[in-house]
Design a protein around this ligand. Structure first.
Ligand code: CA
Length: 229
């Protein structure tokens, strides 16, 4: 999951020390990084189409971070924006989010915390691009046809794989037994759906999900749901 090469982050930060520290840290995580040292340049660079994320300082020369954020959103730029802010009053935080920022982090912060927030913002795009699905520490890579749990590869049969993929694709939604039997088993007539339970149990065992309240839950009489804890 830490494979973020080819992902491009713009840092808009006027303090050279902080900008350099962030740039170096992110480059070590395989990000491609650009830096703008004032709001005007930040706004210009923020329009670049290949950007995956913008780290935006609040207090900037020429244009404030808040203004840069508003202008970018006004121009329909959807790139995720995380504010770097020393300001921590509620009203200012709300102003930042209302201006269209996705998240904010208060200075001083630990680089690891920033990285975690960046990953939260980038994960959906990364997963769509790579045809990957996650559930807690389970990762299903549909392109590579591989499943990992906590970084350890899990061997599944074809049907187990198809069933897990189906549940993860519909994460957060109840999948009815008849739906599953139709879409995963390709059976379109009235059929005893109890076979699904056998496969669900096999999945739970292989993925070490022993408890009912775990990531794959049974909705009695209806079907199953894959749910983040
Ligand atoms: Ca600043």
């Amino acid at each position: 999951m830490s494979d973020f090469c080819n992902m491009h982050i713009l840092i808009v930060e006027d303090e050279p020390g902080i900008a350099q520290f962030l740039k170096q840290g992110l480059e070590e995580e395989s990000f491609e990084v650009s830096v703008a040292y004032d709001g005007e340049t930040g706004l210009e660079c923020g329009h670049q189409e290949d950007l995956d994320l913008i780290l935006l300082d609040w207090m900037l020369p020429k244009r404030s971070g808040l203004e840069v954020c508003r202008q970018l959103r006004k121009a329909s730029v959807q790139t995720p924006i995380i504010f770097l802010t020393a300001k921590d009053t509620v009203s200012e935080t709300i102003a930042g989010l209302e201006a269209g920022a996705n998240d904010y982090i208060k200075k001083p912060f630990h680089f690891e915390e920033l990285l975690a927030r960046i990953q939260v913002q980038l994960r959906p795009a990364y997963e769509v691009e790579h045809d990957q699905f996650t559930l807690g520490d389970i990762l299903l890579d549909a392109t590579a046809h591989r499943v990992f749990k906590g970084g350890r590869e899990i061997t599944l049969t074809q049907k187990e794989f198809a069933l897990l993929k189906y549940l993860l694709q519909h994460k957060g939604n109840v999948c009815e037994r008849t739906q599953i039997i139709r879409d995963v088993w390709d059976i379109h007539f009235d059929y005893n759906t109890s076979i699904i339970e056998v496969y669900i149990n096999a999945l739970r065992k292989k993925l070490d999900l022993q408890k009912e309240e775990d990531a794959i839950q049974t909705i009695r009489g209806i079907g199953y749901i894959a749910k983040e804890a």
